[in-house]
Structures are given as structure tokens and as C-alpha cells.
Design a binder for this molecule. Structure first.
Ligand code: PEP
Length: 251
């Protein structure tokens, strides 16, 4: 069964008090909901505090990034074991900001997906074309390459083993949203690719989130598309009311 998942990517926002307040706001409104699944991805230092508040609720914890190695001389990096030890169930991998600002390649992203896939956590693999790529008609080509490279040798035996987030780079943090039709077209293509890589049955069960300026006012239409199974939310996840409005739209 395909799951609807709404995840909040707080990026490099919130201090400890803001993180607690935001988490409490989310838990008060949707802490008992099982559909859609709700994931909070705060900055690393806030993970334990957020975990304490979501304990005993249906809200789950995710990390915004992870390293591909288990341990060692990787100053500033965080391993899957560390994330699991503070209660993370998910890790975002290959966010467009990691790709663009921190120069993460498809090859490195693949190593991270493999690592998370072999842990108890679930990778949320982000893919999406830039504005230039869309304008040059390269959207499908770029998405195909990111999917094939990102999932190289990744074993997926059920739809619950991985989450894909389609995030057109030109729609992230810009206020520009892909139209539901534009998003659905790419989501359907991604599902087709997943069917070729795994099986059509498994592909049917994989959650494909949309991300890019999702807000309460556009969430219903986006989430109403047949191949859009949730949202990865940046800006609007920093206000409990807006984030919960999106969750309600996915209910
Ligand atoms: C994101 O950071 O993944 C994102 C989609 O951001 P925003 O919702 O702000 O566009």
C-alpha cells in the first residue's frame, strides 16, 4: 500500500526554543494522525529535543542529510548509527541545496542512499531539474539520470524501502510551484522508471513526494494528483499552522 507522507525540512532554521515550540504546535494538531504520515526534519542539534516531544505520538523524525561512512575522520559529518541512536527513521538525501551549494554528485548521493538503505532508516531521495534544464526540454532526461544514478545497486523489495521526492529546483523557496499537471507528468514518469528498475508492483507502492513552495493553499490540488503521494515542505514547515494545513490537505 502506498503511503502519503508529509515531511517538514526545517533547513538551517530554529534555535532550541523555536524547535520545541514548533514541534509542540505540530504535535498538538496532528500528533495522533496516522494518515498521512508526518515527519519532522530539524537541524541536527535539535533532533533529541524534537524526539522527546514527539515520543508517543505518530509524528516521526528525519535528518536533513547523512554521511555515507560509518565513522572516522570526517569532521562535521554524521553517520546513520548516530541518527538512529537519537530516533531518526528517515534521512533526506540529495536535496538540491546539497547538490548545488555543497557540490554533491549523483555518485556520492548514491553512496548515501546505499548506506541508509542498509540501515534501519528510510532514505528520501531528492531529485529535480533546474530552470535551465526545464527550459531546454531536459526535465525527463535529468530526472531519469538522477533516479538511475541515485538508485544504482540499491535493493528495494517493498514500496516502504525508499521515498522519492521530486523537487523542481526552480520551485524551491521561490514561491513558484509546478502546476499540478506539470508535477503529475514528472511523477508518473518517475513511477514508470521505478517500475523498470524494480517491478511495476513495487513502483506502485513507492511514495513519490512533491516539493517546491507547497503551502496550504496549493496542497490539495497537488496532493489530489494520482501519482503525488505527499510533500516535502521547506518554508511552510516553519509555521505549525501552515504545515498542519498541508497535512490536513493530505488527509
Ligand atoms: C525544500 O526545501 O525541500 C522545499 C521544497 O522548500 P520550499 O517548500 O520552501 O520550496
Amino acid at each position: 500500500m502506498r503511503r502519503m507522507i508529509i515531511a517538514g525540512n526545517w533547513k538551517m532554521h530554529t534555535d532550541i526554543e523555536e524547535a520545541r515550540k514548533l514541534t509542540l504546535g505540530v504535535v498538538e494538531k496532528v500528533g495522533g494522525k496516522t494518515e498521512p504520515a508526518v515527519i519532522l526534519c530539524p537541524p541536527y542539534p535539535m533532533l533529541p529535543a524534537v524526539k522527546d516531544i514527539i515520543e508517543g505520538t505518530t509524528v516521526q523524525l528525519g535528518a536533513q542529510n547523512v554521511h555515507s561512512e560509518d565513522k572516522g575522520a570526517f569532521t562535521g559529518e554524521i553517520s546513520t548509527d548516530m541518527l538512529q541512536s537519537v530516533g531518526c527513521n528517515f534521512a533526506i538525501i540529495g536535496h538540491s541545496e546539497r547538490r548545488a551549494i555543497f557540490k554533491e554528485t549523483d555518485e556520492f548521493i548514491n553512496k548515501k542512499v546505499l548506506k541508509v538503505n542498509s540501515s534501519l532508516m528510510i532514505p528520501i531521495l531528492c531529485i529535480g531539474e533546474t530552470l535551465g534544464e526545464r527550459e531546454e526540454g531536459l526535465t525527463f532526461q535529468r530526472v531519469e539520470q538522477q533516479i538511475k544514478d541515485g538508485l544504482n545497486e540499491v535493493v528495494v523489495t517493498t514500496g516502504n524501502d525508499i521515498v522519492i521526492a521530486y523537487e523542481p529546483v526552480w520551485a524551491i523557496g521561490t514561491g513558484k510551484t509546478a502546476t499540478p499537471e506539470q508535477a503529475e507528468e514528472v511523477h508518473a514518469y518517475i513511477r514508470e522508471l521505478l517500475g523498470e528498475i524494480y517491478t511495476p508492483e513495487i513502483a506502485q507502492d513507492i511514495t513519490i513526494q512533491y516539493g517546491g513552495s507547497v503551502k496550504p493553499s496549493n496542497a490539495s490540488e497537488l496532493l489530489g494528483q494520482p501519482n503525488i503521494d505527499g510533500a516535502l515542505v521547506g518554508g511552510a514547515s516553519l509555521k505549525a499552522e501552515d504545515f498542519c494545513g498541508i497535512i490536513e490537505a493530505g488527509s
